[in-house]
Design a protein around this ligand. Structure first.
Ligand code: NAD
Ligand code: ZN
Length: 355
């Protein structure tokens, strides 16, 4: 499915694939989740070179590998990682490969596909709204042969992002109080992450009532509408504020509110993505005075080969619910409908199944 311009439905087209370089792999897409970050492009929130193939939360089977690839072989099942890492830069050496910004790797995303003679960008080195994906070896993570592929796909963005925000970025301690704004794919994963980390109170905030019911099933102890945030802060934390707030929507007002409802010395983690032009204000006194932490979270601060495996094992032993996050199983041709359903708050995740 090709994205040609904002506010326009994706169209299904045939594209040409390039040859593999020595360090690249060709993956046949099996499943792809539809994440709000995909829809941000269609909404015109971020500019992206066009045309592009969106989709970045996916599982697949390795079809071919370049001459220097040793990590995977044809037939291996993988989850795509939307942050391939170079392994050599400042961030990779520091153990923060999710912040690797290797310009060479980023440029590759526009070098693998062609449509009507023009280069087509693969979103985030993945481009999973397509039957095939080419990515560097570090853009795939091997998984066991018996792992179901739709569940696996969700780990590739929403689940890693949400659970990782709770356990890696926030580093929630057992017995903590946590508030999570937004109970979509990422927010539900953050609720599960807080539960796995042993939070005592987990307050989910969403403006869609059906999401609140779901939030309780995934481990929230309280599920409230936005109007009830202040009164719940008072009743749950005695007015002090939450140890942790996790923003999983991307609205400036909610980013500010996440900070405000955090206790002195607490931590607000911002996962949601807003517009480049939107601003959030903090005064020059409050930052020092309340000693609060304000942290961004990219891809759940993931070390993908380590953390995808942790998530798979949590799932295997019933501690992470992936099945419950799959609201609809659809075909590629229904991707525009999946965007509509997401906009309406009807789904946690729609998952495209290719075969
Ligand atoms: P989603 O659409 O599935 O979920 C968003 C939820 O927020 C919905 O349930 C919606 O009802 C709720 N919501 C919207 N406005 C609200 C409001 N004013 N108050 C309370 N709730 C509100 O989206 P998602 O896929 O879960 O993604 C959430 C955000 O995370 C997006 O901005 C996405 O781009 C971002 N994201 C960030 C990363 C990262 O690495 N930091 C990765 C993936 C996604
Ligand atoms: Zn995503």
């Amino acid at each position: 499915a090709i994205y040609q311009k904002p506010h326009t439905p994706l169209t299904i087209e045939d594209v040409e694939l390039s040859d593999l370089r020595a360090d690249e792999v060709l993956v046949r897409t099996v499943c792809s989740g539809v994440c709000h970050s995909d829809m941000h492009f269609v909404d015109g929130l971020w500019a992206l070179p066009m045309p592009a193939v969106l989709g970045h939360e996916a599982s697949g089977v390795v079809e071919r590998v370049g001459a220097n690839v040793g990590y995977v072989k044809p037939g291996d099942r993988v989850i795509m990682s939307f942050k391939p890492f170079c392994g050599q830069c400042y961030y990779c050496i520091r153990g923060e490969a999710h912040l690797c910004n290797d310009p060479g790797l980023a440029a590759r995303g526009a070098q693998h596909l062609k449509w009507q003679g023009k280069p087509v960008l693969q979103m985030a080195s993945v481009g999973s709204f397509s039957e095939y994906m080419i990515t560097p070896e570090s853009g795939v993570v091997k998984i066991p042969a018996d792992m179901p592929m739709a569940e696996a796909a969700l780990i590739g963005c929403g689940v890693m992002t949400g659970v990782g925000a709770a356990i890696n970025t926030a580093q929630i301690k057992p017995g903590s109080s946590v508030i999570i704004f937004g109970a979509g794919g990422v927010g539900i994963a953050a609720i599960q992450g807080a539960r796995i980390a042993g939070a005592a109170e987990i307050v989910a905030v969403d403006k869609v009532d059906s999401k609140l019911e779901l939030a309780l099933k995934f481990g929230a102890t309280h599920a409230i509408r936005p109007e009830a945030v202040e009164s719940t802060k008072a009743s749950v934390t005695g007015g002090e504020g939450f140890d942790y707030a996790i923003e999983c929507v991307g609205h400036p007002a909610l980013i500010r509110q996440s900070f405000d409802v955090t206790r002195r010395g607490g931590t607000a983690v911002i996962v949601g993505v807003g517009r480049l032009t939107e601003e959030v204000k903090f005064n020059a006194f409050e930052m020092f005075y309340h000693e609060k932490n304000l942290k961004g979270s990219m891809f759940g601060s993931a070390n993908v080969r380590l953390d995808f495996d942790r998530l798979l094992r949590l799932w295997k032993y019933g501690k992470l619910d992936l099945e419950g996050m799959i609201s609809r199983r659809i075909k590629l041709g229904e991707v525009n409908e999946a965007f509509r359903a997401m906009q309406q708050g009807e789904v946690i995740r729609s998952v495209i199944e290719y075969s």
